[in-house]
Design a protein around this ligand. Structure first.
Ligand SMILES: [Zn+2]
Ligand SMILES: [Zn+2]
Length: 236
């Protein structure tokens, strides 16, 4: 099935901006949104408590909340808990489907205790590109926009590690500016060979030409020695 590169599919090209550098790439060629792009406001999901402006007896200070969250994130797990953290088996958040256009808002993961979970502090410490990658990871793993690939549909890296492999669904990708086709796991760090589901670039190394058998036919001797060269035909 040939993949037709249309203007819409140009959005696939934003993968790994943080890893491979985004300098000079054609940014924000998006036909749906006229005019200047709005500044990417980092959307803070409602589940995260706002920092109290006044110290009140009812709410613990934000600092201790963050510290507790960081401690929870860093705490070692039993193997059972570790295995559970690898599965996106939680209830998925509904997506507010836009009838047209793609969102440019960032997304912050809300679910805690999963492999993609990060604290506010950790997210704040990321580069802008990495932060954007994590927004995609969060949306794929937590909202209706994500779709699980099963069995051999999974990317090669997830198959090899026997991990769940989640990507934007076809419909879901249409809701997001520059969604990319890389699976969520492969967006965390580039894994060997890149994500086999990515349509961005060839991931296979160029195989060197196979060393064929050196043919000796090219050096075919041209006949035998010239007749009479040895002068051995003289009979006594
Ligand atoms: Zn994968
Ligand atoms: Zn992958």
């Amino acid at each position: 099935m040939a993949r037709v590169r249309s203007k819409r599919n140009d959005d696939d090209d934003d993968e790994f901006g943080g890893i491979f550098g985004g300098f000079g790439r054609p940014e924000d060629i998006d036909d749906e949104v006229p005019g200047p792009a709005p500044a990417p406001a980092f959307h803070v999901p409602p589940a995260r408590p706002p920092a109290p402006s006044l110290a009140t007896a009812a709410a613990p200070p934000a600092a201790s909340l963050a510290a507790a969250a960081a401690a929870a994130a860093a705490a070692p797990l039993t193997i059972g808990a570790f295995d559970a953290a690898q599965l996106a088996d939680q209830t998925r958040f509904p997506w507010a489907w836009a009838p047209h256009g793609k969102t440019r808002e960032s997304y912050a993961p809300v679910i805690t205790g999963k492999w993609w979970s990060r604290t506010d502090q950790e997210l704040a410490g990321m580069s802008a590109d990495k932060r954007r990658d994590w927004g995609h990871i969060g949306r794929i793993m937590e909202t209706e926009l994500g779709e699980r690939m099963d069995g051999d549909e999974r990317c090669a890296a997830c198959r090899e590690r026997d991990q769940e492999c989640w990507v934007y669904s076809k419909k879901g990708a249409q809701q997001v500016s520059r969604p990319g086709s890389t699976c969520a796991r492969c967006r965390v760090v580039s894994r060997a060979g890149g994500c086999s589901l990515s349509t961005r670039r060839p991931t296979r190394r160029r195989t060197p030409p196979a060393p064929g058998p050196q043919s000796l036919a090219a050096y075919k001797p041209s006949g035998g020695p010239p007749p009479g060269a040895g002068g051995s035909a003289i009979a006594a």
